[in-house]
Design a protein around this ligand. Structure first.
Ligand code: SAH
Length: 328
């Protein structure tokens, strides 16, 4: 934007004003930008249009979470989820239309992959939900549709809009990027100026099972992922390991033991996510009793362990249930 404004021969501070109008005051038109001269507003309107995501559909769950289906300008669809928990208001953000990773247990994989989202589209999910819910969003998780580390350039640019004081003004420290564990992307993140928190979907401590369930694991061995995770936790922020608990696949005590062995010496949090079922997929969540045993075993370790409460399951708004309204 700064370069566009400069090319037009307009003072740089104007770009900040325009930015605030768009991202903080939800201006849909240049005409409302009253601290900018009439002539400039007119010339901007002739050259540019302000576009945004359109809400196609909203679904609310009893627990207060709400799923938004957005229509993009090219008529693709993405979903994002608003999750209120007391003062904390979180949005689960999508970064790609569909996902190319094809994890066997994930509903988004069933959509296939259409394209990467643009930075402004990613940030617009947040602007629009904030506008609709009339609350200040406090936390972000990049855990919606897609693999953020396969779209890092746009994700990093979106983070500029999101964390800028003239943009959405949400701190990077309250933003978590979740990845299936891509070595190249992790390498890039480590050296980038981004200060976000990192979550790695480890899910299967057994490499063979991991490769079967998450094809991307074939090119990204656990050992290399953990080496980078260790570095990240020492140089940047504590890392969270996500662990989707699936019945009979990774829910035995042996799996918990293996997990702890792998994570030994990495200061980290383990987030257990009981599997959210999807009508078209054959996987199930383990029984409450098995989940409890697994959880209790991990609690004996030095790691911080959280057990994710299922949010918005009945509206298919849980992790791995986002499929852009494509799957009925
Ligand atoms: N591609 C990124 C972000 C999207 S997936 C990643 O892999 O981290 C977000 C999280 O949802 C991941 O931890 C994934 O393992 C988990 N997940 C996928 N399908 C799920 C399901 N049906 N139930 C619970 N968690 C699921």
């Amino acid at each position: 934007m700064n370069t566009v404004i400069a090319d037009l021969g307009i003072e740089p501070y104007r770009s900040q004003q325009i930015f605030q109008w768009i991202w903080q005051k939800n201006a849909a038109d240049f005409s409302v930008m009253t601290n900018i001269s009439k002539e400039l507003r007119k010339s901007l309107s002739e050259k540019f249009t302000i576009s945004g995501l359109k809400i196609e559909k909203k679904l609310s769950a009893k627990d207060g979470s709400e799923k938004f289906l957005f229509r993009l300008e090219d008529n693709n669809f993405v979903e994002a989820v608003f999750i209120p928990e007391g003062k904390r208001k979180t949005i689960c953000v999508s970064t790609q239309v569909g996902c190319p990773l094809a994890c066997k247990f994930c509903a988004t994989a069933l959509m296939g992959f259409a394209r990467n989202m643009k930075a402004y589209e990613i940030a617009d999910e947040i602007r629009i939900i904030q506008r609709e819910k009339k609350v200040k969003i406090t936390n972000l998780v990049f855990m919606g549709m897609g693999e953020p580390l396969l779209n890092l350039k746009e994700v990093a640019e979106a983070m500029d809009i999101i964390s800028s004081s003239v943009g959405l003004s949400i701190s990077q420290k309250r933003t978590t990027i979740s990845t299936a564990g891509l070595v190249d992307g992790l390498d890039y993140l480590l050296t980038s100026p981004l200060k976000v928190k990192l979550a790695i979907s480890l899910n299967f401590p057994n490499e063979k099972v991991r490769k079967k369930m998450m094809p991307v694991a074939k090119q990204n061995p656990i050992k290399e992922i953990l080496k980078l995770a260790r570095e990240y936790s020492h140089t940047k922020n504590m890392v969270t390991f996500e662990y989707v608990l699936i019945d009979n696949l990774n829910d035995r005590l042996k799996d918990a033991q293996n997990l702890l062995k792998l994570l030994k010496g990495i200061p980290s949090k383990i987030n257990l996510i009981p599997y959210n079922p999807h009508p078209t997929l054959p996987y199930k969540s383990p029984s409450q009793e098995k989940i409890k045993k697994f959880h209790q075993y991990l609690l004996l370790s030095k790691h911080t362990i959280t057990l994710r409460k299922s949010r918005g399951r009945e509206i298919l708004a849980g992790c791995g249930q986002l499929a852009g309204g494509v799957i009925k």
